[in-house]
Design a protein around this ligand. Structure first.
Ligand SMILES: *Cc1c(COP(=O)(O)O)cnc(C)c1O
Length: 817
């Protein structure tokens, strides 16, 4: 029987498609459809468009013999897809009207979608922005990663403490993925090496008795803006083979066999929730290998099906390693070429190095990946052999360059001769790549001079910088429709794909009418956020107060504590000195702490404790409010960022590789208070020193203090009464009346000469910079002018610019090629 569907009306062109999906994909009659079903049917209707375009795109790449670019990343922090796909396909209005025709509100439907949180923070979100830019630029760019069953944990706040809850985002599946069981990939793991010889008597090791992992690709279509190109993000889910260890079945231990099956499916179960910190766990190593092995096989198969030879491999294929997490790809490609395709080592190595490029994301020592040799031998015996051989040949090169320099040899070796011996993944990635890049100008310099000076001396041409960017489609066009409409009304919509055109706003920066229109939009965005704060924290904040926002992962180097010390200072000024601020302020925090990171979790408790004290003290009389919004994630960031007046970016200089949150805030018209760290420096260069509040030590000064053992925080506290007062309040239980000693460990770490983040060294400068902010905000016309100039001058930080640089300098790939 045929469904009765309404005839297509011009005002509701997609109603029929949504209704058909309700009926035939979900088995739900339109009249009874609850919101979640309406969301799903809408997504499926949008997906139909994506699939058509995806197939057209692949055919076009095939015909043009486009160079393929593969972005390997253990994390893709995608967020929601419905709105983004509708905007990029140019279908937002049409779907909005079609849903309205059915009596549904598109915003309510969009709110049904669960974020795809397959990443921790900046590194994973960068991967997501890059996919958007590659599709928008018409580059044949593919993402490869893991389809985690559980993404980053959901954060709840209980009595001021973070509680982690599982993020079962795939509970009912997702309409944004196409599962391809027929393209499954079989991967060997564990087992042992048999040292054999081939017929000519050459050493020919054989990998025996391995177990198999099966990777099932789940493809997510990635629509470029304008809808012409739809690329693919391929995420693998681990599945055990049906005949997984049939021997056990046959000997009768049925339950043990089923248990083993559970174990192999564990591989894609959950994302490791640490940001800038390595776990060192076996399951994590298996995860890294699993997705890399699936990806490399897929890449090689696609190449051979078109070209039949490896001669052209590096001309047709570029592989970017997002940090060292996928660095095993170097060994895996070598294994495929040498063991399975019988290439000589020399030829295989030339192909490998010409194909790979590596992006470094951090200078923090605790984040540099190392794996015990014994563990790697156990999990990946053949890869460990290959890594030893790579290292052997590499060390010969080092010896030739620096004869007799054994210290340098030990420092550069891929194997760290420690107890236990460890594989240094960054060294493997560098040796096996033709390009090594940092993610902001300062960071890339520090990679050369501090982190890897020996490698820079050996391979100076390999090192380069690619300053990060973010996609203006999600972070301005979609997140801030009010500002988008205002900008487009004045300068047209070309900026969406050419962000430099925002400079067209500069002449409007002093025009009162434009400033007022801008201010009205900002005020409306603040109202939306105020409502979120009420809904999630039961706290009333005024949209007329200055919104100062510190939203990012909670980490000591990002210095949420420095921000808090200033808030405490302002609170004490009010209640002790009777100093009433000229205008009210709302301090807003959001961010997750890694579940095992005690110091970070204590910072969350402290933020909530300061909030409880300040918000409930009648003497403060609403002059300052402090809010911690739980569960920071992409969809929440899209609400928070457009509402910010002041963006707080105050990491210790030299610690934040780039930052991308800083870019999102500034392009939405927040002024930055920040240190000379990461991309803040380049933001300052673009927007002008007079349009940003910069303070604090430089990376060089931080280094000099560290090198000279010259940090004396207690002396700072003794000589500056303002600082002493803040620390006394913290240490004597003013914010923890129920447990006066709770925050003594915080005071002790702040007063320790070993505090790696030098909080107290920057505190006075930070307080002064906040006073400058205050004076400026008190002059609204001046503030608005700076705000508009920030938006106008942020073009450099579009990820389109970043991707064009990768394509030209590293991948040798042409957009629309
Ligand atoms: C952009 C973004 C980040 C990165 O923020 P930084 O300030 O650069 O650390 C982290 N999480 C989410 C959800 C983001 O959108």
């Amino acid at each position: 029987m045929k469904a009765k569907v309404k005839a297509v009306t011009p005002s509701a062109p997609h109603r029929q498609s949504i209704t058909r999906h309700l009926r035939y994909s979900l088995g739900t009659p339109e009249t009874k459809a609850p919101l979640p079903s309406l969301y799903e049917a809408t997504a499926l209707a949008v997906r139909d468009h994506l699939i058509d375009k995806m197939m057209e795109t692949e055919a076009r790449y095939e015909k043009k013999k486009a160079k393929r670019v593969y972005y390997l990343s253990l994390e893709f922090l995608m967020g929601r897809s419905l709105g983004n796909n509708l905007y990029n396909l140019g279908l937002f209005e049409a779907f909005s009207e079609s849903l309205a025709d059915m009596g549904a509100d598109i915003d309510e439907i969009r709110a049904q979608e669960h974020d795809a949180a397959l990443g921790n923070g900046g590194l994973g979100r960068l991967a997501a922005c890059f996919l958007d830019s590659m599709a928008t630029l018409g580059l044949a760019g593919y993402g490869y990663g893991i389809n985690y069953e559980f993404g980053l944990f959901k954060q709840e706040i209980d009595n001021g403490y973070q509680k982690e809850k599982p993020d079962n985002w795939l509970g009912n599946g997702t309409p944004w993925q196409l599962k391809h069981p027929e393209k499954q990939c079989i991967v060997p793991v564990y087992g042992r090496i048999v040292h054999a010889e081939d017929r000519e008597g050459n050493y020919n090791p054989m990998w025996m008795d391995w177990k198999t992992l099966i990777g099932i690709p789940h493809d997510m279509p990635i629509a470029g803006y304008g809808g012409k190109t739809v690329n693919t993000l391929r995420l693998y889910a681990a599945k055990s083979s049906d005949d997984f260890d049939m021997d056990i079945f046959n000997t009768g231990d049925y339950l043990k066999a089923v248990e083993q099956k559970m174990t192999s499916e564990t591989v894609s179960k959950v994302l490791y929730p640490s940001d800038a910190m390595e776990s060192g766990r076996e399951l994590r190593l298996v995860q890294e290998y699993f997705f890399v092995a699936c990806a490399i096989r897929d890449i090689v198969d696609r190449h051979l099906s078109s070209y039949k030879t490896f001669n052209t491999f590096p001309d047709r294929v570029a592989i970017q390693l997002n940090d060292t997490h996928p660095a095993l790809a170097v060994a895996e490609l070598m294994r495929l070429l040498v063991d399975e395709h019988a290439l000589t080592w020399k030829r295989a190595w030339a192909i490998t190095c010409a194909t790979f490029a590596y992006t470094n994301h951090t200078l923090l020592p605790e984040a540099l990946e190392k794996w015990p040799v014994a563990l790697m031998e156990h999990v990946l015996p053949r890869h460990m052999q290959i890594i030893f051989e790579i290292n052997h040949r590499f060390l010969d090169e080092v010896k030739a360059k620096w004869p007799g320099d054994n210290a340098r040899l030990a420092a550069m070796s891929i194997i760290e001769e420690s107890h236990p011996r460890q594989v240094r993944m960054a060294h493997l990635a560098i040796v096996g790549s033709h390009s090594v890049n940092g993610v902001a100008a300062l960071h890339s310099e520090l990679v050369k001079t501090e982190l890897l000076p020996d490698f820079y001396a050996l391979y100076p041409k390999r090192f380069n910088n690619k300053t990060n960017g973010v996609t203006p489609r999600r972070w301005l066009f979609k997140a801030n429709p009010g500002l988008t409409a205002l900008i487009t009304r004045h300068i047209g919509d070309g900026w969406v794909t050419d962000m430099d055109r925002l400079t067209g706003l500069e002449p409007l920066s002093r025009e009162p009418a434009f400033q007022d229109a801008f201010g009205t939009i900002k005020r409306a965005n603040k109202e939306v956020l105020a409502k979120t704060i009420w809904d999630t924290c039961r706290l009333k904040v005024s949209p007329d107060s200055l919104f100062a926002i510190h939203a990012k992962r909670i980490h000591e180097y990002k210095r949420q504590l420095l921000c808090l010390l200033h808030i405490i200072h302002q609170y004490l000024e009010i209640v002790e000195d009777g100093k009433i601020p000229n205008f009210p302020r709302t301090y807003i925090f959001a961010g997750k702490a890694a579940p095992g990171y005690e110091a970070a979790k204590r910072i969350i408790k402290l933020i909530n404790s300061v909030a409880a004290t300040v918000n409930n003290d009648p003497r403060v009389n609403d002059a300052i409010k402090v809010a911690f919004i739980p569960d920071y994630r992409v969809s929440l960031a899209e609400r928070i960022i457009p509402a910010a007046d002041l963006s707080v970016q105050i990491s210790t200089a030299g610690k934040e590789a780039s930052g991308t949150g800083n870019m999102k805030f500034a392009m939405n018209g927040a002024l930055t208070i920040g240190t000379l760290d990461g991309a803040n420096i380049e933001i300052m260069e673009e927007v002008g020193e007079e349009n940003i509040f910069i303070f604090g030590l430089t990376a060089g000064e931080v280094q000099a203090i560290r090198a000279g053992h010259a940090y004396r925080p207690w002396a700072i506290a003794e000589s500056e009464p303002v600082i002493k007062r803040i620390l006394d309040a913290l240490g004597t239980g003013r914010f923890s009346p129920d447990a006066p000693g709770r925050f003594i460990p915080v005071c002790e770490s702040l007063l320790s000469q070993y505090d790696p983040y030098l909080h107290l060294a920057d505190l006075s400068a930070y307080i002064k910079a906040q006073e400058q902010v205050e004076a400026c905000y008190d002059t609204p016309r001046l503030w608005m002018e700076k705000t508009i100039l920030n938006v106008a001058r942020m073009g450099k930080f579009s990820s389109d610019r970043t991707i064009l640089e990768y394509a030209k300098d590293i991948w040798n790939a042409t957009p629309k090629g």
